[in-house]
Write a protein that binds this ligand. Structure first.
Ligand SMILES: N#Cc1c(-c2ccc3cc[nH]c3c2)n[nH]c1N
Length: 252
């Protein structure tokens, strides 16, 4: 998967050089290209923003600069991927559709993602209108809180998508084990986890996990996942269809 990121703070993405994403890049599973938006300005101050039409607080990012940057990055990517290749354009914004595990799975099937994290009050809305005519273009939000810019959201999305790519997670762990993956634990939060020692500062590991009885262990884990989900995210349990809950579950 090719990932292009255009930002006035490309250094913000240094974390993508380490850990799981760094290894995915070394192995050629992820091909990340960072671009400085100001490279497409033409004034002495490298200006990327201006006052909003209609007044109001803050500044808006200029459409001309973003347009030249996105066009250039598409051309660069096409030189590598073929003249008909097109990226999916992803613009992080508090007003976007929710970025969920389902959206991450959708993006993981894309061969080329182009992220456009903004600063200030956002990017002139004509940029999304312009590219929406040619590319699959999404305005997405990683949660109901307000950040100072889109870069942190891009880090979250690249990691959530990157870990889904074949070969990124080790054999010991698969996306099928994820909290929100289909299957018995679908739409449930992960329950408590433990490792050695069996007793730590007087806290004992639940006996069932030391029993070696796989059936009892699986049931205990589901009970704990259901209990935690009911306590912290009851709306997720409501999403489980009637088949998703068996008669034992209703005892939890
Ligand atoms: N995604 C997302 C965001 C943002 C966000 C995204 C872009 C900009 C540009 C200026 N401020 C921003 C905030 N805040 N909260 C979210 N869930």
């Amino acid at each position: 998967m090719r990932v292009d990121i255009i930002s006035i703070f490309p250094e913000y993405f240094a974390p993508l050089d380490v850990s799981l994403m760094g290894k995915a890049r070394e192995r050629g599973i992820l091909d990340i290209h960072l671009h400085q938006l100001r490279d497409w300005t033409h004034d002495v101050h490298n200006t990327v923003d201006d006052t909003p039409y209609g007044g109001g607080p803050g500044m808006v990012m200029k459409p001309e600069v973003w347009g030249e940057a996105v066009d250039a990055v598409i051309e660069d990517g096409r030189a590598a991927r073929g003249e008909d290749a097109l990226p999916r354009l992803i613009v992080p914004t508090p007003s976007g559709r929710p970025f969920t595990q389902e959206v991450a799975l959708e993006y993981a099937d894309e061969p080329w993602l182009l992220f456009a994290p903004a600063r200030y009050e956002g990017i002139d809305s004509r940029v999304v209108a312009e590219y929406g005519e040619r590319l699959r273009t999404d305005e997405v939000s990683i949660g109901d809180y307000v950040l100072a810019g889109g870069e942190a959201a891009v880090l979250v999305m690249v990691e959530a998508v990157g870990r889904l790519l074949p070969g990124v997670l080790g054999n010991a762990r698969s996306v099928a084990d994820d909290s929100f993956a289909p299957g018995a634990m679908a739409n449930l939060l992960e329950g408590p986890v433990y490792t050695k020692p069996p007793v730590w500062r007087g806290h004992e590991v639940p006996e069932v996990l030391l029993s070696g009885h796989h059936g009892r262990i699986a049931r205990w884990r589901r009970d704990e996942a259901l209990r935690r989900t009911l306590d912290r995210r009851p709306e997720l349990v409501a999403r489980l269809d009637r088949d998703g809950l068996d008669k034992h579950d209703r005892r939890v």
